[in-house]
Design a protein around this ligand. Structure first.
Ligand code: FAD
Ligand code: SF4
Length: 407
């Protein structure tokens, strides 16, 4: 490991205009970090990484590096790119373990509420605490992390890292209220009543999209998010059909195979596979099969029923054949993306969502309710950890500016 990452660091050209950095949504200062790593200044590098992206230790594991840092590295044009993520992971995991208590320069006697403890919520909480605000996170579930805790499987992201995050957040003075849903017993207006100056909504998009077809309520049919939240509680049987071919669907397939299912097939409507090539390769390596050109019609007690897709000249979908194809499966899992839950919007006067359920925000990430800001999947729709961090950083900046202007 050490040899591998040292070799990777030595391959870096320390470019004046680092394309790797441009390719990273949070513009991680990659050449600077590599230099510090080479000088063995790991804690210094770790602090820079954490302050730029509190989720660095997780992004280094779960980002689509081929599309971001590595995909943009100049060395990748003729050779293989520098695999910065391995270096970042080494530094950031170590830093998170040994991290000293970060003390803000000043204490500000104002309270900020953060709803949701996914990557967006954690990012805002850390930035606010580092600026000296009193921060309380309200989290609906019994553990922090959002999709990182209840979606991304253990074999891709060991959950112990989220326990370490929880400890670090508490050491920073951030209060965490678990099993606390805002919009149920406590409302957003209660938080304003209790003196919170700004409220950040990072509630994600975890409500499964349905197909709206017959059979979705059968006992052997599940939605991806429900399955992934607790795979061991499900007994899928040997043969599993997965409707959808995005990254979450690949996680479902790999999890099912690791939990004893023998044959897992993912079905795509067209020829396009939404998941990253990296995730597809791993799913296939684990034994999953992908069948394209299959349009789901209904789900029966014995499995899904499809029609074959008819393609046009440019492989676009132009229709479906008449013949129905019954696929035998012990369980069917629907994985066709997620949308935000409507609870907060329904219970908060002045908070507005678009027709697709996504919260409406202005260019400063403020929602239609003054003092309430939002970022992450609840604004963008299902995206990625680093994009949630990117939006949350901008929202935090805007929240600080807003509170300064209110003084
Ligand atoms: C199966 C799966 C695999 C994925 N794999 C990857 C990957 O490998 N790499 C990657 O970058 N991205 C991946 N993603 C996407 C990524 O996890 C999300 O884009 C990211 O977690 C969004 O962050 P968020 O903070 O906006 O929301 P979330 O992570 O969804 O967190 C929202 C939090 O808010 C809480 N909450 C909701 N409503 C309330 C309420 N009313 N009151 C209190 N709390 C509330 C929820 O319980 C949750 O903890 C994956 C997604 C899925 C579904
Ligand atoms: S583009 Fe590649 S070689 Fe250049 S600084 Fe970034 S990692 Fe190093």
């Amino acid at each position: 490991m050490a040899l591998h990452i040292e070799n990777e660091a030595n391959r870096c050209l320390n470019c004046k205009h680092p394309l790797c950095q441009e390719g990273c949504p949070v513009h991680t200062p990659i050449p600077q970090i590599i230099q510090l790593f080479k000088e063995h200044k790991l804690m210094e590098a770790g602090e820079i990484l954490f302050k730029n992206n509190p989720l660095s230790a997780i992004c280094s594991e779960v980002c689509d590096h081929a599309q971001q840092c590595a995909g943009h590295c100049i060395r990748g044009r003729k050779d293989s790119p520098v695999h910065f993520s391995s270096i970042e992971n080494y530094i950031s995991e170590m830093y998170l373990e040994r991290m000293p208590k970060l003390v803000p320069d000043q204490k500000i006697n104002e309270k900020v509420a953060v709803i949701g403890s996914g990557p967006a919520g954690i990012t805002v909480a850390v930035i606010m605490a580092m600026h000296g605000y009193h921060v309380t996170i309200f989290e609906w579930k019994s553990k922090i992390g959002g999709v990182m805790q209840y979606g991304i499987p253990e074999f891709r992201l060991p959950k112990t890292i989220l326990d370490t995050y929880e400890k670090r957040l508490e050491e920073m003075g951030i209060q965490i209220r678990l099993n606390a849903t805002i919009g149920s017993v406590l409302m957003i207006d209660d938080l304003f009543r209790d003196g919170y100056k700004t409220i950040f909504v990072g509630t994600g998009a975890e409500r499964p999209r349905t197909l709206g077809i017959k059979g979705e309520s059968f006992g052997n049919v599940h939605f991806a998010m429900n399955y992934l939240a607790n795979p061991k509680a499900h007994h899928l049987g040997n043969k599993v059909a997965v409707i959808g071919v995005g990254n979450a669907a690949m996680d479902v397939a790999r999890t099912a195979l690791r939990n004893g299912s023998k044959q897992v097939t993912l079905y795509a409507m067209g020829k396009e596979i939404a998941a990253s090539s990296h995730e597809v390769a791993y799913a296939e390596l684990d034994g999953a099969e992908i069948e394209t050109g299959m349009q789901i019609q209904e789900i029966t007690e014995t499995g899904p029923v499809f029609k074959r897709t008819i393609y046009g000249e440019h492989d676009e979908i132009i229709g479906a054949e008449d013949e129905l194809i019954q696929v035998e499966a012990d369980s069917t899992i629907i994985s066709i993306s997620q949308v935000p839950r409507g609870k907060l919007v329904r219970t908060t006067s002045g908070l507005t969502a678009a027709e697709n359920g996504l919260l409406i925000v202005d260019e400063n990430y403020m929602t239609t309710k003054p003092g309430v800001f939002a970022a992450g999947d609840v604004v963008t729709g299902a995206k990625t950890v680093v994009h949630a961090v990117e939006g949350a950083k901008k929202a935090a900046e805007a929240m600080i500016k807003y509170m300064d202007e209110q003084k």
